[in-house]
Design a protein around this ligand. Structure first.
Ligand code: SF4
Length: 359
């Protein structure tokens, strides 16, 4: 993954962002065509495998336990139900499944073991598997990689300066560390941001600068528009104009020519023409399906119709990298071994019914 050397300072990037819109889109479209097939757009599905009840205080998030947003907390889905949803998403054209858990961080417990099994099972379906589980350490990242995880999503959300106005329960550095852990384990990195949270243009550029300053920028960069949810501290934020989203997509495309720019939350507020300009400007992926974790999203059928009209083709899985191999997980193998022993013992035990005497 590389950075465009023409725009690797805050000043040049800001000037780029502020270019006349159609000039900006044209420049982005030109770069997009040099590095990507402009007709291909990946359909990805985002599944909330554990919803709500999160201890963090991200100001935009309806899943934070401290906000009254009407989101019902659910415990972790079962492996079988995740596989069923993944098959359904694949049948509808998705080649990537992103599984999101509303956790502050990954813990080494039963739930994480289940997530490892989910990754193995979805990778076996020949879909790109992405997880977004909060902070994780290097060992946890290695375990996920071993299970066949293709990508780890961990958004920086905004600039380092504005971050403290959005979240107080963790530091920007914590995010950078998790991204580094994923990278070291050999997992591709998906990291992006949200615009429309009351930030300045400089913060949008500041977010991109954080990626420019990394040794390797993310393989994929999701760009979201805030979906203001009642009950969150950002409930009164006015929706941004779609032009701003187009501008952000185009600027990201130009700054990171090889990365996949993902047009993510906020599409329900865009016209098809607005989305078409995003594809023109280099968006190479959308989230498909009627829900994005807990917020609304266009339905599969609407997107299929849009693809037909615009002449877009759904991108196949692993077009941007090899399919990871699923290797046996030591913890899960040990659990299976113990379970098999227990079942055998039960089968071997001779059953002696208690003698009942009726007087
Ligand atoms: S964005 Fe993630 S970490 Fe933040 S409150 Fe929501 S679920 Fe928790």
């Amino acid at each position: 993954m590389k950075v465009n050397p023409q725009y690797n300072t805050k000043e040049t990037l800001l000037a780029l962002y502020n270019k006349p819109l159609l000039e900006l889109v044209f420049e982005a479209a030109t770069i997009h065509r040099q590095y990507h097939n402009p007709r291909e757009v990946q359909m990805s599905s985002l599944l909330s495998i554990k919803t709500g009840g999160c201890s963090e205080d991200c100001g935009y998030c309806p899943q934070a336990a401290r906000y009254s947003t009407g989101v019902d907390a659910h415990k972790l889905m079962t492996v079988d139900s995740v596989v069923e949803q993944a098959k359904n998403a694949k049948a509808n054209g998705s080649s990537r499944l992103c599984m999101g858990a509303a956790w502050r961080e990954v813990r080494d417990n039963k739930d994480f073991d289940s997530v490892v099994e989910m990754v193995q099972a979805v990778n076996d379906l020949d879909m790109e598997v992405c997880c977004t589980l909060g902070m994780m350490n290097e060992d946890q990242a290695k375990r996920l990689k071993n299970a066949g995880l293709f990508a780890y999503n961990h958004n920086l959300d905004t600039s380092k300066d504005y971050y403290k106005d959005v979240i107080s329960t963790r530091e920007y550095e914590d995010r950078l560390q998790t991204i580094d852990n994923a990278r070291k384990a050999g997992i591709t990195v998906c990291s992006g941001g949200i615009i429309g949270m009351g930030e300045a243009i400089e913060d949008r550029v500041g977010l991109l600068m954080s990626y420019i300053e990394m040794e390797t920028p993310p393989n994929s960069i999701p760009i979201n528009a805030l979906v203001a949810v009642e009950g969150t501290p950002m409930e009164d934020q006015k929706p941004i104009e779609q032009w701003e989203l187009i501008r952000m997509v185009a600027t990201t495309r130009i700054a990171f020519p090889e990365s996949v720019v993902r047009l993510s939350a906020g599409r329900t507020k865009m016209s098809m023409e607005g989305q078409a300009l995003c594809f023109m400007a280099g968006a190479g992926s959308i989230f498909a399906g009627d829900k994005l974790l807990t917020t609304p999203n266009p339905e599969f059928n609407e997107d299929k119709a849009m693809f037909d009209i615009l002449g877009l083709i759904p991108k196949q899985a692993f077009a941007d990298g090899e399919k990871p191999e699923t290797k046996p997980d030591a913890i899960i193998e040990e659990k299976k071994r113990k379970q098999a022993i227990r079942e055998q013992e039960l089968a071997d035990a001779s059953f002696q019914p208690r003698k009942i005497t009726v007087e």
